[in-house]
Design a protein around this ligand. Structure first.
Ligand code: ATP
Ligand code: MG
Length: 318
């Protein structure tokens, strides 16, 4: 059977500073940043940058900035196993969900599939094409929407969408019709199409990002938290549209989300990730039966499989 997506024993590690600088080393406001930086992509950079900037601003804090720099040179490096041996197979036409706590490796995995990151080890195949050896073939088949989508902020959404569509070779006439159709389906007000991106709300920007990904009718659509920050009606608009894309364009969809109702509503199967690993894959129904306890919800499944005693939970249910 040819799968839409095969992820086989994929690993990805990042090198990070293992500690944040001691609070006494920095001016108070930088200390606050460092204390909250443990979940950031690179705490050392976040903390160091804030320390240096704060030092430059306040003048008198210069020795503190020097202290941070010295600390940065000597601070121990630590390996973060963002993706630690993940294997997944997504069938053609499936909506496949990935659930897991913050920092468990979902976005890293999605970036690897979308060829934006190279895996350290393992294989990713999109409709049989190897993501490392044939990235161009893979890029023709996929599109990705992430929470931090990048745009030309000074241009309007219309201009951004047209730019993307031209890159993909759509004709101007086709672009006009398609942009109008998608904007309407997503509930994006017509006049907002002509407002510069920086003046749109986060939710509106997110809809433009989704519209852009759908313009090209990708065969595999990678949606990394597509509805985070959207109001309930907008969420429904996007969810309905995702279903429509699957139905009418025969697309396969990989979706990460922190919204359990959304996952349950949309996904045929769900992988639960924790600490870079996939610990369970099944339909939402079966996951609930197996790990949710009596009358359990998907949230119960999430809490049990990503809690401190998740290994025990798995062992008991095996
Ligand atoms: N470019 C990077 N450099 C260093 N570490 C990184 C980088 N990108 C991700 N990480 C680390 O890899 C781990 C996984 O991050 P990732 O963004 O994949 O998590 P996530 O599951 O998408 O989390 P969330 O639910 O918060 O979006 C985290 O510990 C993160 O700090
Ligand atoms: Mg993420």
């Amino acid at each position: 059977m040819e799968y839409a997506l095969e992820v086989i024993d994929v690993h990805k590690r990042f090198i990070e500073r293992s500690e944040v600088p001691p609070a006494g080393m920095m001016p108070p406001e930088a200390g606050a940043v460092a204390a909250g930086a443990t979940g950031a992509a690179d705490p050392a950079v976040a903390a160091g940058g804030a320390g240096v900037r704060a030092g430059a601003r306040s003048g008198g804090a210069e020795p503190a900035a020097r202290g941070v720099r010295r600390w940065l040179r000597r601070a121990p490096l630590e390996e973060v196993r963002a993706v630690d041996g993940v294997t997944l197979r997504v069938r053609r036409g499936e909506i496949f969900g990935i659930l897991g706590p913050n920092g468990c490796g979902k976005s890293t995995l999605v970036r690897i599939v979308s060829t934006l990151l190279l895996p350290d080890a393992g294989t990713v195949r999109v409709f049989g094409h190897d993501a490392v050896r044939e990235p161009h073939a893979v890029r023709r088949l996929i599109n990705r929407v992430s929470v931090e989508a990048a745009f030309f902020k000074k241009l309007s959404s219309w201009e951004n969408l047209c730019y993307a569509a031209r890159l993909y070779g759509l004709s101007p006439r086709a672009i006009r019709a398609e942009v109008a159709r998608i904007a309407e389906r997503l509930g994006l007000p017509w006049e907002k199409l002509f407002t510069s991106m920086e003046h749109l709300s986060r939710g509106q920007q997110q809809k433009v990002a989704i519209a852009r990904a759908l313009l090209t009718s990708p065969v595999l659509l990678l949606l990394d938290e597509p509805t985070t920050g959207l109001d309930p009606r907008s969420k429904r608009d996007v969810q309905r549209f995702v279903e429509e894309v699957r139905r009418e364009h025969d697309a396969t969809i990989l979706l990460t989300s922190h919204d359990m109702d959304e996952v349950e509503r949309l996904c045929d199967r769900v992988a639960v990730m924790n600490e870079g690993r996939v610990i369970a894959v099944d339909t939402p129904q079966k996951l609930k039966q197996r790990y949710g306890g009596p009358g359990g919800t998907l949230e119960d499944v999430f809490l049990r499989l990503t809690g401190r005693d998740w290994e025990e939970v798995l062992a008991n249910e095996a």
